[in-house]
Structures are given as C-alpha cells and as structure tokens.
Design a protein around this ligand. Structure first.
Ligand code: 5AD
Ligand code: FES
Length: 350
C-alpha cells in the first residue's frame, strides 16, 4: 500500500483498480503514511494558511427530489424560505467586515429566481465588493445561463457530481436527473472559464470502492479547481433515513488522496465533516484540506437549510463561527487568511 501511495504522490494518479485496492486495503499504518504525505504536499503549496469562504444559503426551495437530501421537493416538512437581494447583500456586508473575500451563493434548484435575478445578485455584490470572488452553487443550468452569470461577475461554480457510476447515480436520484447531464454541466462551466468545484459524498447508500475509484478517475479527467467531499449523513425526512452514515475515517483518507491527486487544489474541510465528528474540520486540515466555509446566512433561516440531520452551527452568528473557526484552526497550527483564495494553476514536471 505504501508503494501505491508513493506512486500516487509522484504521478498524481492511479489506475481505477489501484484506487479500489487502496480504498479497500489500507491499514491504520498505511493511512497514517498517507496522511503524512498529503499534509506535506499541502504545506508545500499552502503552508499553514487556510482559505475561508462565506456561505450564503439563499433559498431552500428545490425542484429536485434527490433521495439523500433534506430539502428535496417531496419533503413537505421542510420549512421553505428565500432571501431577498437586500438580505443577501447584508450577509455580504457582515461577511466583508469579518474578512471574507469569497461569497458562496448556494441554493436548491429554485425556479423562482430567473437568470436576471441571479445576474442582478452577482452584479450587486461585485459592484459593492469588487475585490471579492463570487461562487455560485445553484445546480444544473443551461450553457447560456452559466454564460450570463459569468458575464455578471460569477467567478466560480460548485456542482458536485455526487457519484461517477451510472448505476449508483440512478440509485441516488430520480429519473429526472442524469449523470450525463451533470457531467455536461461541469464541462460547460469549465469551458466558460469558471473555477469549477465538484465532489461527492463518502458512504452514500450503495456506494462501493469501485464507485469511489470512478469518482477519482472522473475528477482526474475534469481537473477541477475545488473538490468538496463529506460523509453521507441521513436526514430523517428522506427515503434514505434508515441508511447508516458514511465513515469518518474514510472521508479523511479521501481528502488525503485528493490532496495527492491535486496538490494545488482547493479542498474544504466541510460542514458535514464537522457534523460527523466534533473535531472533523480540524482533522480535515491535518489530512490535507485547506479551505473552510462557515455560514453567513441569517440565523433565522439556518436550521431550515437542513440537508442532513444535526448540522452544526445552525444557531451561531457569522461572527461566532468566524472566531470559532479561527480558534479551531489554531489548534492544528493553522491560520485563516483574508484573501480571495483563487485557484492557481501549476505546471507539474512530466
Ligand atoms: N449527507 C451529506 N451530504 C449531503 N448533501 C446533500 N444531502 C446530504 C446528506 N444527506 C451534499 C450533496 C450536495 C451538497 C450541497 O450537500 O453532495 O451536493
Ligand atoms: Fe460555527 Fe464553530 S464554526 S460555531
């Protein structure tokens, strides 16, 4: 296994069967070796600096019905909300004062916001905060729509592929969604010049090591700037409520593998990781992550953006999360920086 880890570090890739072997066959000792290698690469590219993004969850309406997600349209118990442009701008104002230079606008696939609305949101933020980056995370849209958002000032886009295995994709989503379409969106976003983020859940129902190997192969092919992964966590009002949560340890190992694959990549220690374990985000950093994304949404809506049960930070003001994370990062020797934290392309030796 150590040899595979060395090859991964050197070549930044493995064959699918090698990835599967690594995922299935790692001992505790191998995993610690992997962690060391990933941490070293992270240090080499980013030192002890951690980038931060202010997450604004601006709508929890969604036209989709993903079996794992708490804000799926069939969940009649979800209390729905939308933030206005004014709400969003006041989140940004508070965030800017706290040192955030990237705002992530995330929402369900909510048809109430037209392309003009999204453009207006982007333009307004860019106009007020020209030194900030805007990341959109609002799902599958047409090439034309993505183009319009880009021209209105969006810099980055997050769209997790969720799983790169066709059959697995169908087990997680209703027929209205397809892996092919999802991948096409990601390619379109890349072509339009976005810094693109993708990702997947670790331990989603029916996931196998082969599925994860395919995820990694797809990520290699896509060459995203960002990869967000977190454990699957069940939500009590979804068809997957009885399924077990994903593995904390495997999630950390996956972060380390991704760090070796994409040395200059932006890898968040996600909220789901902080939910499955009280020190999950700190551990994420120690295993190679270099981004944290605290919530800037108004506290009155926080609990309503519940993708999974027991989500952390739903009662905390933005300022509390910011100082909490600063302290937490310090416990693992890291420092949150006030910077956009753009992806910097790097040419590796052959
Ligand atoms: N557990 C963990 N992650 C989830 N997501 C959605 N539902 C869950 C869940 N139950 C993730 C998906 C989505 C991102 C916004 O949140 O990967 O892309
Ligand atoms: Fe939100 Fe700690 S990060 S309370």
């Amino acid at each position: 296994m150590k040899e595979l880890i060395d090859i991964l570090k050197r070549d930044r890739k493995l064959l699918p069967e090698e990835f599967a072997a690594l995922i299935n066959g790692m001992s505790e000792e191998d995993a610690l070796y992997l962690k060391e290698q990933a941490f070293q690469v992270k240090e080499q590219f980013f030192g002890n600096k951690v980038f931060t993004r202010g997450l604004i969850e601006f709508t929890n309406y969604c036209k989709n019905d993903c079996y794992y997600c708490g804000i799926r349209k069939s969940n009649v118990n979800a209390v729905r909300y939308r933030l206005t442009l004014e709400d969003i701008l006041s989140c940004c104002e508070e965030g800017y004062g706290l040192g955030f230079r990237t705002f992530v606008l995330q929402g369900g696939e909510d048809l109430r916001y037209s392309d003009e609305d999204i453009e207006q949101i982007c333009r307004s933020i860019k106009n007020k905060y020209p030194d900030c980056a805007i990341t959109l995370s609002i799902g599958e849209k047409s090439y034309e729509s993505y183009k319009r958002y880009k021209e209105a000032g969006a810099d980055r886009y997050l769209l997790r592929h969720e799983t790169a295995d066709e059959e697995h994709y169908r087990l997680l989503h209703p027929e209205s969604l397809s892996l092919k379409e999802r991948k096409q969106c990601l390619w379109n976003l890349k072509e339009l010049g976005y810094q693109v983020g993708t990702g997947f859940m670790v331990g989603s129902p029916f996931q196998t090591a082969e599925c994860i190997a395919k995820d990694l192969a797809f990520i290699k092919e896509l060459e995203p700037a960002m990869v967000g992964i977190g454990p699957f966590l069940p939500h009590h009002d979804t068809p997957f409520k009885e399924y077990p949560k994903g593995s904390y340890e495997l999630t950390l190992r996956m972060i380390a593998i991704l760090r070796l694959m994409i040395p200059n990549g932006l890898l968040p220690a996600t909220t789901a990781l902080g939910t499955i374990h009280p020190m999950g985000r700190e551990a994420g950093i120690s295993w190679g992550a270099n981004v944290v994304m605290p919530n800037l949404s108004p506290v009155r809506v926080r609990k309503k953006y519940e993708l999974y049960d027991n989500k952390i930070c739903t009662g905390d003001e933005a300022a509390e999360c910011r100082s909490c994370l600063q302290r937490r990062m310090l416990t693992v020797g890291h420092e949150i920086v006030t910077a956009r934290g753009d992806f910097i392309p790097y040419t590796f030796e052959a």
